[in-house]
Write a protein that binds this ligand. Structure first.
Ligand code: IMP
Ligand code: MG
Length: 245
C-alpha cells in the first residue's frame, strides 16, 4: 500500500469562519435568502426587507424551509468557492500519487450527496463513485449515537486510491470507522475529505486530509446536512431556530 504520509503537508485546513465578520445574522446573509432560489420574475418586490426567516408571499410552498433558520453560517457562494479550490487541490494530489487501479470516491450517505455532487465536477479525472451508508444521528438526535455501517461498503477497493467524503467531522467516529474498514481491503491509498469540521477535541484530533471549513460548535443543517432528515435542500449551511428542534 503506497505511503500517504506526505498528505498532512498538503492538507487543506480550510479557513475558519469567525464571528462576527462572516457568521451573519439572517439579515446580513441576504444573498442566500429564499429569493435566491425563486425565479427573478416571481420574486416579491419587498422580499429583502427582513431576511431568511420571513415568509415570501411569492414562494408557492408553505412553510418555506428557510423560515426555520436562525442564522446562516456559510453562504452558497462561500461554499462554491471553497469547493472549487478543494477540487483543484485533490485533483493535483491524485495526479501526483501516480498510477493505481483507479480512483474511487466513497461518499457517506446521505449528508454528503450535495457536497460530492458539486466536488466531482471540479475533479476532471477518471473516477468511480461507490457510496457508503453510516448511521450515527438517527431521527431527531443532535449528538452522535455511535457510528454503524449500514449495508455493504463498495467491495472492489483493492489497489485503488480511495477518498472517503463526508459532510461534517464531529466525534470522528464515522471517518475512523470507514477508514479502518476500507484499509482492510488493501487499497493503494485512503484519504478523507469533509466539508465541515467542528472545533471539538475529538474532531480536531481525527486525522483528515481535506477540510472545507472549520465551523463553530453548533448543530448545523443545509447543503446536505439534516435534522430529522429535513433541511438537506437548503443551498447554504445554517443554524436552526430553537423552536424548530
Ligand atoms: P461523527 O461520526 O460524530 O464525526 O459525525 C459525523 C456524522 O454525524 C455526519 O456525517 C453527520 O451525519 C452527523 N452530524 C454531525 N454533526 C452534525 C450537525 O451539526 N448537523 C447535522 N449532522 C451532523
Ligand atoms: Mg452523515
Amino acid at each position: 500500500m503506497a505511503s500517504i504520509t506526505h498528505v498532512s503537508s498538503v492538507t487543506a485546513v480550510g479557513f475558519t469562519v469567525r464571528p462576527p465578520e462572516l457568521l451573519g445574522s439572517i439579515d446580513q446573509a441576504d444573498d442566500v435568502s429564499a429569493a435566491s432560489i425563486v425565479p427573478r420574475s416571481r420574486r416579491c418586490r419587498t422580499r429583502h426587507t427582513s431576511g431568511v426567516g420571513e415568509a415570501d408571499p411569492s414562494f408557492p410552498y408553505t412553510p418555506s424551509v428557510h423560515s426555520d433558520i436562525a442564522k446562516v453560517l456559510l453562504t452558497a457562494e462561500q461554499i462554491a468557492t471553497r469547493i472549487a479550490a478543494l477540487g483543484r487541490e485533490i485533483a493535483g494530489d491524485l495526479e501526483r500519487l501516480g498510477p493505481s487501479d483507479g480512483i474511487v470516491l466513497v461518499p457517506v450517505m446521505t449528508g454528503s450527496v450535495i457536497f460530492v455532487a458539486d466536488l466531482v465536477r471540479h475533479l476532471p479525472l477518471k473516477l468511480r463513485i461507490g457510496v457508503a451508508t453510516v448511521s450515527s444521528y438517527p431521527g431527531k438526535s443532535t449528538s452522535s449515537q455511535g457510528a454503524t455501517i449500514v449495508g455493504q461498503l463498495p467491495s472492489d477497493l483493492t489497489g485503488r486510491h480511495v477518498i472517503v467524503i463526508d459532510d461534517i467531522l464531529d466525534s470522528g467516529r464515522t471517518i475512523r470507522l470507514l477508514r479502518d474498514a476500507i484499509e482492510a481491503q488493501k487499497p493503494a491509498s485512503v484519504r478523507t475529505c469533509v466539508l465541515l469540521r467542528k472545533p471539538t477535541r475529538d474532531a480536531q484530533s481525527t486525522p483528515c486530509d481535506y477540510v472545507g471549513f472549520d465551523i463553530p460548535d453548533e448543530f448545523v443543517v443545509g447543503y446536505g446536512l439534516d435534522y430529522d432528515d429535513h433541511y438537506r435542500n437548503l443551498p447554504y449551511v445554517g443554524v436552526l431556530r430553537p423552536e424548530a428542534t
